[in-house]
Design a protein around this ligand. Structure first.
Ligand code: NOJ
Ligand code: CA
Length: 553
């Protein structure tokens, strides 16, 4: 019998570096490549296998770098291409793979292509979606599509009768590319090769389900609110999840295949089901895709079980590993999501804030649950993503002053949706004074303000506390290799409706989402738990990993 060792990306734990908020090397209050380089040893000691860096390309920052002006360079306030190459080499030397974030649905309005299009240079508008408007003089948008950030998905260039409009599913500074145009296709294959040539191991694909639009850009039938437009898992919307997008990824896979060691893709695709998602994961397309149901699931065992089963089954139909994500830079931080009463169904999304309720958050409770959720996530088969600060159990900062908010969601929603700044606060590295080691000098202002109480949640404070969440993650990541990595299928244990407990390869993971203690098997050894004193009883809002001297079957 031949045993195939899984490729690294099939079991990897990937740490998401939100570069603006990770570490600032030069003291301007904005994270950068130098800061990241200095902190690579921290990531390697944490025990992750790879990093995914949010967009680091030159950008006017209409959407925190998801508006790219040049795909082959580095944003000057983050550093230089030489520094980026040094980072890639240093990460590799530490055994960390490097994934970048490619943004193919749209460019910045300051990208050379869009400037040329605005200037009316021949042959350049076909690269985007320019259309004449409706109404007598074309004064109404060409169709009824809404921007994900709020308001119409169209902006008109000029007021003269007949002036065209351009499509932007996100901010006006993010014009959508026209993927029916061959130049667009070849340009992106070339950009992938540019970074693969520089040693990059793969890409997270931004809005992977958005590139190709239904021919003719027809009206959408039911206009829903903006948040639902992106993630409400709707079938048949003419802007999303069109069959034609798969041809694009077949081309990308062919580019990746030219390289050794293997280069990989991870899709950000908010699609109606794991069945639809699996289509992106066919063997000649992408390697992995975030399964976002996990971050939409409330703290309820029956829903967690259902989400896990559905994700595993969906990925298995195409032989892909499931991919677990508890949070990212677009959604409420896990601690806060679990700090309030939990709904009885999967939450649509919280791109529109407040969906998790407006009760006062109980962060102590939220932290317990977030720690337990981490043990669940890291025990499952497949790959897992950890968003920076999750390993510190940071909470969402929900009371930012309005005047510091930067997310375009805030203004485009007419100041009704506070957006995503609260999960993007610069990390606290030490326990002294602001900016808590984020920047080299004490007193330096950061691009979003940090709360003073984060000193106690800083890396330094948690490093010396054996019970800290940081040390829990370190232990979990270390143990994951020996206990879970090659452990096989999930077999649920029938131990009560409010417990999500399963076995994989003779090791068990128990998660108690109920309100009473749960008795653990007598013969088990607690290899790791999210609370300190687990003896035979697992308290509410806790998880444990169990090993057995004798096989359990
Ligand atoms: C998804 C990204 O994660 C988000 O931050 C961004 O605003 C949109 N795509 C648009 O690029
Ligand atoms: Ca900086």
């Amino acid at each position: 019998m031949s045993v195939t060792t899984p490729s690294w990306w099939q079991t990897a734990v990937v740490y998401q570096v939100y570069i603006r908020s990770f570490a600032d090397g030069n003291g301007d209050g904005i994270g950068d490549v130098a800061g990241m380089r200095a902190r690579l040893p921290y990531l390697s000691q944490l025990g992750v296998d790879a990093i995914w860096i949010n967009p680091w390309y030159p950008s006017p920052m209409a959407d925190a770098g998801y508006d790219v002006a040049d795909y082959r360079d580095i944003e000057p306030s983050y550093g230089t291409l030489d520094e980026a190459q040094a980072l890639i080499a240093e990460a590799h030397a530490l055994g960390l793979r490097v994934l970048l974030d490619i943004v193919p649905n749209h460019t910045s309005d300051e990208h050379a292509w869009f400037r040329a299009a605005l200037a009316g240079e021949p042959g350049t508008r076909q690269r985007y979606h320019f259309r004449t408007g409706r109404g007598v003089d074309g004064e109404l948008p060409p169709n009824n599509w809404q921007s994900v950030f709020g308001g119409p998905a169209w902006t008109r260039i000029g007021d003269a009768p007949g002036s065209p409009w351009y499509l932007h599913l996100f901010a006006p500074g993010q014009p959508d590319l026209n993927w029916d145009n061959d130049e667009v296709r070849s340009e992106f294959e070339d950009i992938l090769a540019f970074w693969f040539d520089r040693g990059v191991d793969g890409f997270r694909i931004d809005v992977a389900h958005g590139l190709v639009k239904e021919a003719g850009l027809p009206d959408e039938e039911d206009v829903l609110d903006t948040a639902q437009t992106l993630v409400e898992h709707r079938e048949g919307h003419p802007a999303w999840d069109q069959d034609g997008v798969h041809e694009v990824y077949r081309g990308w896979r062919a580019v990746a295949q030219r390289y050794s060691p293997e280069r990989i893709f991870i899709a950000e695709a908010w699609v109606p089901s794991n069945e639809r998602l699996a289509r992106y994961l066919r063997p000649d397309e992408l390697h992995t895709a975030f399964q976002f149901d996990f971050l939409r699931a409330p703290w309820r065992a029956e829903l967690l079980r259902a989400v896990v089963d559905d994700a595993i089954a969906g990925a298995a139909t195409v032989g892909a590993p499931p991919t677990w994500v508890l949070s990212n830079h677009d959604v409420t931080r896990t601690v806060t999501r679990f700090s309030r009463s939990q709904p009885t169904h999967l939450v649509g999304t919280d791109w529109e804030r407040g969906r998790w309720g407006d009760e006062d958050p109980d962060h102590i409770l939220g932290r317990k649950r977030a720690r337990a959720a981490a043990l669940l996530q890291l025990a499952l088969p497949g790959t897992a993503y950890v968003y920076q600060g999750e390993e510190l159990a940071l909470e969402e900062i929900e009371d930012l002053p309005d005047e510091v908010r930067q997310d375009p969601t805030w203004s485009q929603s007419g100041f009704t949706d506070v957006g995503r700044d609260g999960c993007r606060i610069p990390l606290p590295w030490n326990a002294t004074s602001a900016p808590y080691g984020f920047a080299p000098d004490d007193g330096a202002a950061t691009w979003l303000p940090q709360p003073a109480h984060w000193a106690e949640h800083s890396v330094e404070a948690q490093d010396r506390d054996p019970d800290s969440t940081l040390n829990l993650y370190r232990s979990a990541l270390r143990l994951r290799h020996s206990l879970w990595r090659d452990a096989g299928d999930v077999k649920w244990l029938d131990v009560g409706p409010e417990v999500a407990a399963f076995e994989r390869g003779g090791v068990q993971c128990w998660v108690n989402t109920g309100e009473t203690d749960v008795r653990l098997p007598e013969v088990a050894t607690v290899a790791l738990s999210s609370v300190r004193a687990v003896d035979r009883l697992l308290p509410p809002d806790a998880a444990a990993w169990l090993t057995f001297a004798e096989p359990t079957e």
